[in-house]
Every structure is written in C-alpha cells, then in structure tokens.
Design a protein around this ligand. Sequence first.
Ligand code: AMP
Ligand code: ZN
Length: 115
Amino acid sequence: MDENCTFCKIIKGEIPSNKVYEDEEILAFKDINPAAPIHILVIPKKHLESLATMKEGDEKIISKIYQVINIIAEKQGFKEKGYRVIVNCGKDGGQEVPHLHFHLLAGTQFGDKIV
Ligand code: AMP
Ligand code: ZN
C-alpha cells in the first residue's frame, strides 16, 4: 500500500469506485473517464508501480490479471465480440497513475491501430 496512491485508496475504500470484480489479489472497476463504451481498469491489490518496476515473482499476478480479464469479458458478455487491453508504462507511455493497471476496453470496434 502507498498512502498517496489513488488506486491504493480505491482498494482501501477511501475513494469510491464502481467495482466490477474483486478477489483477494485483484480489483477491477470502471474508469472514471471512459475512452470506450466499456472501460474497466484491472489492478493488482499489491502496489506495483508499473510494468517497468516489476520484480521477480510479479509475473504471477500479471498472468492472473489476464485470467481475470477473460472472466470479466465473459461475465459482461463481450468476450466473443472482442476487446482491447492496454497498459501505459512510464512518462512516454502516458502513464498517469503510478499503480500498475490494465485498461480493458470494449463495446465498439476500435479502428486506430497503433500496432
Ligand atoms: P493511465 O493514463 O494509464 O495512468 O490511466 C489512468 C486512468 O485512471 C485514466 O483512464 C483515468 O480516467 C483513471 N482514473 C483516475 N482516477 C480514477 C478514479 N478515481 N476512479 C476511476 N478511474 C480513475
Ligand atoms: Zn497503489
């Protein structure tokens, strides 16, 4: 936990969120400023700053996050149609909140392909 971290505050319930999934290690909630009809943030409850600061062993939680993404996609009914997952990392990557998060975007067909 990081005292000053917005997402740690969401995990602790100090900042309200619209939760869509929760277990002992992972929380998913709706993005406050959605970039798509469905925009969910999936985060580890452990405060990991970004992909770039991952340590040995952290890959387990990353792998679990992808499993959870599929669980959410199935539950919310967009697994078949498809979705996009984005992780912004660091300044050049456009990361604004320094708590690792996966953007799960769905509900439209995305046209602008970066890759
Ligand atoms: P990033 O630019 O990758 O760091 O993305 C941060 C995301 O967090 C943005 O899409 C914001 O809209 C979202 N965000 C920031 N504060 C909150 C909050 N309190 N509740 C939900 N989403 C938030
Ligand atoms: Zn945090």
